[in-house]
Design a protein. Structure first.
Length: 347
């Protein structure tokens, strides 16, 4: 093959048609799209699998051990396979689900399903939820087997991999950890995106945690960078939350509850957290049976004094508590120790 060498002075004189022709001959030009053509395209909306949480593409569900990640994944899998409701309130379209469970055998899987549906008559038709308990590594035929499943069912919607570490091949010694992880998971992301199937991979969090939820994932950042969506299941003094961040979806944090194997949505995490914080203040006042200063409330609740003062200001503004004199706060406008107190609500 003869390669023509062209200097920049020649390129500047060429027309667009000549440049396109040159690109085709040289075989190394970009495949370009004009903005006008791009804006004329109507893209289909994201394929909702578990609306608000899981969409077509590669999704990570990460959390510390024993928080209930598998129970949550089963909740979603059952909801999709039956066209039911996830987490007690999220309607899901019906489709086929493949659950690759590499940590539990058939006996434990049956036990979990039985715990969710203790009575035989309550057991829904879950024929579209299939289980796999053995699988090759990602680079050893895993994607090929997913493709065989995809082409063998009517409406492939969700694949759960529990856990990702079990199918991860050894890293590339010629790459750093980020590069190795990204290149490892890229084929899985590409397959999921190409066919609009949600691939939900379960993963662990680092023991120390991190300020940014995505930084808390075990291993390098290559995994979260490759994923289309990352969901972090966490727990603090206010309860359990699901934090969601993705390339094409709105960032959100949801408060959730987990009781005897069942997950439920409690509401927006910030609203629930605010409600819990206010409940702690009200409980402290009620237990004390008389008005308290911010310093006393800080000591009683173990919360920082600055935070308590800010919260009391907001609660007083909304009428949840009242300032009753002497810099003290109470649950009503009247100080119980002084029914004649004139300073019964001023700020």
């Amino acid at each position: 093959m003869n390669i023509r060498i062209i200097d920049y002075s020649e390129l500047e004189k060429m027309t667009n048609e000549e440049l396109d022709s040159l690109d085709a001959v040289q075989g190394r030009g970009f495949k370009r799209t004009s903005t006008n053509d791009l804006m004329a395209v109507r893209f289909a909306p994201l394929k909702e699998i578990v609306p608000g949480y899981v969409y077509g593409g590669f999704t990570i569900l990460a959390g510390r051990q024993k928080l209930g990640k598998t129970w949550l994944a089963i909740d979603w899998a059952v909801a999709v396979a039956t066209g039911g409701v996830a987490m007690g309130s999220v309607d899901c379209a019906k489709g086929d689900v493949l659950y690759v469970d590499l940590e539990n055998g058939p006996r434990r899987i049956q036990g979990r399903i039985r715990a969710l549906f203790p009575e035989d008559q309550s057991l829904p038709d879950m024929s579209r939820l299939e289980w796999v308990t053995e699988a090759p590594l990602l680079n050893g035929g895993f994607i090929e087997r997913m493709e065989l499943w995809r082409t063998s069912v009517r409406q492939p919607r969700l694949v759960v991999i529990d856990v990702l570490q079990r199918i991860k091949p050894p890293g590339n010694k010629n790459q750093n950890a980020y590069e190795s992880d990204y290149s490892t998971w890229a084929p899985l992301q590409k397959w999921a995106t190409k066919y609009g199937v949600a691939v939900l991979g379960l993963h662990h969090l680092k023991k120390g945690g991190a300020d940014d939820p995505l930084e808390a994932l075990s291993g390098s950042n290559g995994l979260s960078a490759c994923a289309d969506t990352t969901i972090v299941l966490n727990q603090d003094q206010n309860g359990k939350t699901l934090y969601v961040r993705g390339r094409d979806i709105e960032e959100k944090e949801t408060a959730v509850t987990f009781v005897t194997g069942r997950w439920s949505v409690a509401g927006n995490a910030s609203d629930v957290r605010r409600s819990c914080e206010r409940a702690v203040i009200l409980a402290a006042l009620t237990d004390n049976a008389e008005p308290m200063t911010p310093a006393e409330l800080s000591a009683a609740t173990g919360k920082a004094s600055t935070n308590v003062r800010q919260l009391l200001f907001k609660m007083a503004k909304s009428g949840d508590v009242f300032r009753v004199g002497g810099g003290r706060y109470w649950v009503s406008a009247m100080d119980p120790s002084n029914s004649d107190n004139a300073d019964n609500g001023g700020q």
